[in-house]
Design a protein around this ligand. Sequence first.
Ligand code: KMH
Ligand code: ZN
Length: 271
Amino acid sequence: MEKLIITAALTGAEVTRELQPNLPITPEEIAEAAYECYRAGASIVHVHARDENGNPTQSYDIYKEIKEKIEEKCNIIFQPSTGGAVWHKLEERLQPVELKPEMATLSCGTCNFGEDVFMNTEEYMEKFAYRMKELGVKPELEIFERGMIDNALRLVKKGLLKTPLHFDFVLGVPGACPGTPEDLIHMLQFIPKDSTWTVAGIGRHELSLGVMGIILGGHVRVGFEDNIYYEKGRLATSNAELVERIVRIAKEMGRAVATPDEARDILGIGR
Ligand code: KMH
Ligand code: ZN
């Protein structure tokens, strides 16, 4: 089995300091958290920027500052969000892609998102995919519902996505696909055989689906964007603590963990 790529989703757009006192918010804090996760064994950081008031922002300048601060510390793969927060507009959401990061997320359809709607029309998806292709940015295809896989495959047919594809199954979002092992297994039958994939289980599903990712030859995403607890009733002390646990489990199961350069090879970044 190929080595395990661990992504750390450090901040997200929804979590607050009230919910998780150790949430990294400023560019310095996000870069430090990225470095801690890198030392713990993560090879990708999925980043959402926050403004000076701690609110989600898709500001090019703030993402640039974060990217540069991370690059000063380590060679972890920087993967900014184009999902942003549910209220961000299309043009805002695309801004971090202009930094030509190695990767960026591309959400593949619209779904309920708690009490909100996470809007990703065909027009949005095409624009995001087109710009990423133009700039040589590898998309991570965010899949919240089964139909989103077919939306992604349609983008391939239209020549907007290069294969092999890389999927991220985000399972357990209230209002979208649940996070049971059966949900993950169901999804996996529909992706092209040459694809790579990772899984982000939301809340209590993070650990169980992470273990599924290790067993099934996929990859794993953990971090405060998806889950703020280490276990029921005990908040995690840092993003790195969640990475460390997945590294321990992977090693116990005989699955070696990829360095950032090994992750670049597995994902075909730069090819
Ligand atoms: N914050 C969510 C509404 C992504 O980063 O690409 C969307 C999200 C997906 O987090
Ligand atoms: Zn995100």
